[in-house]
Design a protein around this ligand. Structure first.
Ligand code: NAD
Length: 267
């Protein structure tokens, strides 16, 4: 199989775990050099780098808090120092701080918005500046740069008990579309990925017991939980030239979770 991302490099945020790890491995598998960003878990990030190297790829681990402007700028500068250019940003880092609405603290609100939404703003702004300065790199990609915004089915499905998270993902939708509109003339593509339930540490309580998994599956018409690789493969395709005409839209990979499964046997 030809490596569709050969000679390209990528920053994947929150790539030491779950979906980000799946995306980092898939991009590396398609030939991209990858900066594996992590927040706290250096060991886990090193393991992702080792796995990429063992499979013949190139990667480095790098610590940064995506919600901090200085950290983000330091990360992009480091990427350019090491790899010399940048072609792909995957805004993946995210977290939940769940609480009943009336009990939600301002800190819980700010932490989730700061990471999930402001983090995507800070990283996308740095990436866009680099892409604009770089322009199209002939023979490498048809676009000057590609940005993926990890969203969620909660970009459109309301979620009681998680209003900070749902607000962050709803915000990502119009953030993504607005920068896609603004950056298209500069040949920068921006797209969202809306995962359904993917088996990662973020939602462990939803799949770790058979009872919890059975309840979760009632929300998934396709009747299986997703795996990080389901999202990795989609991301690798979406940033490749095969998806060159796609910008400003979110692609849901959710086994049908957004199909209102409650209506399936409600006739
Ligand atoms: P995860 O907890 O396994 O991974 C989240 C990653 O983000 C971790 O590596 C964490 O360290 C990192 N992170 C958190 N705060 C950070 C910060 N300030 N700076 C840098 N990194 C930070 O969870 P996951 O399921 O892999 O989630 C990845 C993304 O996918 C998130 O944006 C999440 O909202 C989204 N998502 C997940 C699911 C799912 O079912 N797992 C569904 C829809 C969307």
């Amino acid at each position: 199989e030809t490596q569709k991302l050969k000679k390209q490099s990528a920053i994947v945020t929150g790539a030491d775990s779950g979906i980000g790890k799946g995306v980092a491995l898939a991009l590396a598998n398609a030939g991209a050099k990858v900066l594996v960003n992590y927040f706290h878990n250096h060991t886990a990030a090193d393991e992702v780098v080792s796995q990429i190297v063992a499979e013949g790829g190139e990667a480095i681990a790098y610590q940064a808090d995506v919600s901090k402007e200085h950290d983000v700028q330091r990360m992009f500068a480091h990427h350019l120092n090491v790899f010399g250019s940048l072609d792909i940003l995957v805004n993946n880092a995210g977290l939940q701080k769940d609480a009943k609405f009336v009990d939600m603290t301002l800190d819980e609100w700010n932490t989730v918005i700061g990471t999930n939404l402001t983090g995507q703003f800070l990283c996308s702004r740095e990436a866009a500046k680099i892409f604009i300065q770089q322009g199209i790199r002939d023979g490498i990609s048809r676009a000057a740069g590609k940005i993926i915004c990890m969203s969620s089915v909660h970009e459109i499905i309301p979620w009681a008990g998680h209003v900070n998270y749902a607000a962050s993902k709803g915000g990502i939708s119009l953030f993504m579309k607005s920068i896609a509109q603004e950056l298209a003339p500069q040949k920068i593509r921006v797209a969202g990925i809306g995962p359904g339930a993917i088996q990662t540490p973020i939602n462990k309580e939803a799949w770790e017991t058979p009872e919890a998994l059975e309840k979760l599956l009632t929300l998934i018409p396709y009747n299986r939980i997703g795996k990080p690789d389901d999202i990795g493969k989609l991301a690798a395709w979406l940033v490749s030239d095969d998806a060159d005409y796609i910008t400003g839209t979110t692609i849901f990979a959710d086994g049908g979770m957004t199909l209102y499964p409650g209506f399936a046997d409600n006739g």
